[in-house]
Design a protein around this ligand. Sequence first.
Ligand code: ADP
Ligand code: MG
Length: 421
Amino acid sequence: MTFASLGLSDALTRAVAELGYDEPTPVQRAAIPVVLRGGDVQASAKTGSGKTAAFLLPLLEALRARPGGSVRPVRAFILVPTRELAAQIVEAVQQYGRYLKKPLKTCLAVGGVSANPQMLALRGGADIVVATPGRALDLVEQNALRLGQVETLVLDEADRLFSLGFADELNRLLALLPARRQNLLFSATFPPSVRTLAERLLQEPTRIDVDEGELPSADLIVQRAIRVDAPRRTMLLRQLLETHAWSHVLTFVASRYAADHVALKLSRAGIPATSLHGELSQGARTQALADFKAKRVRVLVATDVAARGLDIAGLPAVVNYDLPRSTVDYVHRIGRTGRAGEQGVAISFVSADTEAHFRLIEKRNHFAVAREQVAGFEPTETAAPAAPPLDVNGGVKGRRKSKKDKLREAAAAGHPPKRKP
Ligand code: ADP
Ligand code: MG
């Protein structure tokens, strides 16, 4: 199968051929014809499987085929959860669209930088706007961005955009869009709760689920878990960096403070490292990612701001120095390696206190890995004894009552439990 046979014209097939795309990936094969027809799509496909081109190529084709007038209303509105991902998508538009006879005007609308240049760029409209939700709303309020004629809405990393942190902004943006429009939802993960929310948005969607399961397959990413005492993790990371010839390593931590702290400790040990997190200026964030991509720094210590969507060419390893709080984010974090058919390794540090959480990550994501120990780093700590206080109702605090608990209570109270109708 070729890109041309999916209905894409020469300008686009030539651009992807030059990028070394020999043939469409499964999600591209499934999505491109549907998007070209104007249908709604909810597509889940693994990290690194080419979802960006799966929505961008047909979108560019459609915009090319129906050129806008001299005033350009925003026809395609692409929402993503992070600024770095938005910039990456604008780059992809430029690469894929480079041979279009009539260039499509694409604007970036993200926070952390002055709004003025974005407002200037949006004067006279744009064919495509790639945005993060907060700045998009700001620009609407400033009358710089008008969404009333959007034909296609794309939510990349859709499940993240539906999550609590974005829900309010997303709803406000949806209210500004025409009711009749095409909706394209892409992500590697669609938890059941999100599928329900997405239902309300989609109209007769084509659901694309190209792979079994959400985790990248083991021949692309080798997952490892190393047991280590928490205070010795930086030393262990240094040792791993010495024993493996990794060109660069993305290390995830739980907080902004930890990102700076670990990066500083590595730098002091002579390992070029820098941090990436939400408290840095946007200039510093962009610089950190550029330095890492160019391999000017060997270790990028990041919070989950780097967990989603970023495509870092040839990244051989991801280390979970801290485990992700959300079991879904595990999939996205490790998916920064093992992309576009390349191989990678994902190593999680597990200590006595986080063993239970790692088990949950394994269970939710349907995998299991053997715990390893590294000589010289054998763990000595044991988990703090779990004896949660009893609350006045006799249940364990912080835990929801199980079905069994409720049955027992009902039996004790002498009446049968209520059943759902
Ligand atoms: P996803 O969004 O599914 O995580 P991306 O769209 O970021 O994945 O693509 C991952 C990598 O694969 C990118 O570097 C992209 O250029 C490359 N890629 C996409 N489609 C193809 C293809 N058909 N052939 C080869 N490489 C591709
Ligand atoms: Mg992506």
